[in-house]
Design a protein around this ligand. Structure first.
Ligand code: FEO
Ligand code: CA
Ligand code: CA
Length: 648
């Protein structure tokens, strides 16, 4: 999520870990309005020119070098449209407002209703997952065909770009009308669509599986915290029934073919005087304050903590949804803890238990993993139904000597006792951040996506940036003070077993301009177009090459966000190459390579989210480029024109 167009501090950057204070660097940034200056006053062109001037003085290699990725790199820049390498084409698969369920009305940006939006593709697509049709497994289909269920998160809304008359920036979110808020609630959540490849082109097809989930969908709560008093509200005396999921950023899947979708910045939707409430301290650790980011609490009582003090506790979870069963009730799995879950991806332990990795995206917050108590049963899908309700949650400590240690968040162990305010495992899970603080894990530079390389079994952690880290707070796993461009850590589990509570880690790369930005570290063959800034999401192709999407490069580095590929082994290890450049204002989400390596799916989020950009006068009208159409977040499919393998 990125609401930087306002010139305010990125809400994900605020940081609520009490072990930190605003730094001099942050204060200077706020004082000088650096973000506003970069985006509004100075102008993207000037910043890009400066970038190129600086680069001209550095000795950067120009050739492809030893990378196995041989596509011609996209040149760094920033403009109204997207760019792919020569020989590739980008197909728009589905856009905000396009029909999802059968009777969805056509998109009419000037006459939006909540009822229509509940049936149409939501706003700000983020995570993308693919689930093969038919369902693979014993007697089922293959995983490399031409027909899939695609699941997509809808993270947040940009009222100033969605509706006429509001203006630009984050503050206008608070001016949305009741009817507009209702559209916003319907535009959150997720979509299930069916896609098929015909003649080299992907398209959305009518489907009995098609489904929209929104801020109004009914969710069950399961696991150790279900039914806890702190989850009960006036509308739900059971503490087991929640309306809606919000700010679903990245996600994942399970070995049994369900979709995991993660609630990230849920705090921003709540209003009311949180600071005066009995739970003020816990609210603060989660960033719930009276400074709401949206107008929702003005019109919907449950978003006002003075009226419903427990409602925030019902968000910040990993949600499991079965895309193959459109009538199923999605479930918030409390065993995986409550924090700003960026995503949740799995790897198999040697004994068949399933290990889920998840990052808490906030400055100075932590990296987690959850290990199921029981092994996965590949022969009986139903036997895995509640596997995620029982297991152990761990938080990571990255030692300076290169060792990784996973610390269990188990009630009764160590400091997680009644004397310290934790009278049950439910308490530990509802207040995961507070419990984790007591175990002294390593505060990281905003953990975003975490994924396991299917070839080498190592785990890659995207740490997007953290300009609040001082020189005194620098350590080996977070090696850059005022870290503006982020870095990537590579974790190797002990004996290659993801269930191990020990392992090692190393730095895979440090973002920024090589030779210019402090600490920037890549393969020395990275070109002037191949360096990156603000890593966010990642994925792997079947050769084990990493593909990294960025969010925040325009502000941090004066270049568009994009998608970069790199080898993780061999002579080209760490040699990032620019494959895709987003239209202005957009970040790149949900990178996913189809199982046959012949398509890259990307979720292009918040195109046109620039300073001064409005519904009437957006900075881009991507992807339609029609005068009467606002910019529309959209999922795209990039293929090689000759039908070949992506990247080479
Ligand atoms: Fe929604 Fe951490 O990005
Ligand atoms: Ca993001
Ligand atoms: Ca993200």
């Amino acid at each position: 999520m990125d609401l930087r167009s306002t010139g305010n501090v990125d809400p994900e950057d605020i940081g609520s870990n009490p072990s930190t204070e605003p730094t001099m660097g942050e204060l200077i940034e706020r004082r000088l309005g650096r973000r506003a200056a970069l985006r509004g006053l100075v102008g993207a062109g000037a910043v890009a020119a400066l970038t190129h001037e600086l680069l001209g003085s550095s000795a950067l290699a120009q050739a492809t070098g030893p990378s196995t990725l041989t596509f011609k790199e996209v040149a760094h820049g920033m403009d109204k449209t997207q760019h792919v390498p020569e020989g590739y084409e980008a197909q728009v698969l589905i856009r905000w407002g396009d029909p999802v369920v059968a009777d969805a009305p056509a998109f009419d940006p000037n006459n939006q209703t909540a009822a229509a939006q509940e049936k149409q593709f939501g706003y700000n697509n983020d995570f993308i997952g693919l689930h093969p049709l038919p369902l693979p497994g014993p007697g089922g289909g293959s995983t490399t065909g031409d027909r899939f269920l695609m699941v997509v998160n809808h993270e947040y809304t940009d009222p100033g770009l969605m509706f006429a008359g509001l203006g630009s920036g984050r503050d206008v979110n608070l001016n949305a009308s009741k009817a507009q808020v209702e559209v916003e609630m319907a535009a959150h959540g997720g979509s299930v669509i069916e896609i098929a490849r015909e003649g080299g082109a992907w398209k959305v097809v009518g489907s009995k599986y098609a489904r929209r989930l929104s801020g109004n969908t009914a969710f069950d709560v399961s696991g150790p915290a279900a039914g806890h008093d702190k989850l009960k509200t006036s509308a739900d005396a059971t503490g087991r029934k929640v309306l809606g999921m919000f700010n679903n950023c990245a996600g994942g899947s399970t070995p049994w073919g369900t979709w995991l979708t993660c609630e990230e910045n849920f705090n921003g939707y709540f209003g009311g005087n949180a600071e005066s409430m009995p739970d003020a301290k816990a609210y603060k650790r989660y960033g719930v304050t009276k400074a709401s980011w949206y107008a929702w609490s003005k019109y919907v009582d449950r978003f006002n903590v003075e009226k419903e003090p427990n409602e925030p506790n019902r968000f910040g979870w990993v949600v499991e949804i079965d895309p193959y069963d459109p009538g199923s009730t999605p479930i918030k799995r409390t065993a995986l803890g409550r924090f700003k879950h960026e995503g949740c991806t799995y790897a198999m332990a040697k004994d068949g238990r399933v290990v889920f990795y998840s990052g808490d995206d906030e400055r100075f917050d932590y990296v987690y993993k959850f290990i199921t108590a029981r092994p996965y049963n590949p022969n009986d899908r139903a036997a895995n139904k509640d596997l995620m309700d029982d297991g152990t949650l761990y938080v990571a400590r990255f030692h300076d000597d290169g060792k990784t240690e996973w610390l269990p968040l188990v009630h009764g162990q160590g400091p997680l006792t009644a004397e310290n305010g934790f009278s049950s495992q439910a308490d530990v899970l509802i207040y995961t951040r507070v419990a984790a603080d007591l175990l002294k894990p390593t505060p990281m530079d905003r953990p975003e996506d975490i994924e396991t390389n299917p070839v080498n079994g190592r785990v890659y952690v995207m740490l997007t940036n953290n300009t609040s880290r001082t020189e005194q707070q620098v350590n080996k796993p977070n090696p850059v003070a005022r870290n503006a461009h982020g870095h990537v850590i590579e974790i190797t589990p002990k004996d290659g077993d993801h269930a191990a509570t020990e392992g090692t880690w190393s730095i895979f790369l440090v973002g920024g301009r090589p030779g210019i930005d402090p600490g920037a570290r890549y393969h020395r063959g990275v070109t002037e177009n191949g360096w990156l800034s603000c890593v966010d999401n990642c994925t792997f192709d079947s050769k084990g090459r990493i593909w990294i999407a960025t969010d925040g490069a325009p502000t941090a580095a004066g270049i568009a966000d994009g998608l970069y590929g790199a080898d993780t082994a061999g002579y080209g290890r760490g040699l990032t190459r620019c494959f895709y450049q987003a239209p202005t204002g957009a970040e790149v989400c949900g990178p996913l390579i189809a199982p046959d390596d012949k398509t890259v799916f990307l979720a292009i989020q918040h195109p046109g989210e620039d300073a001064g950009s409005t519904f009437e006068k957006p900075s881009t009208r991507w992807p339609d480029f029609k005068d009467n159409m606002p910019p529309r977040p959209a999922v795209i499919a990039i293929v090689k024109k000759d039908g070949g393998t992506i990247g080479s």
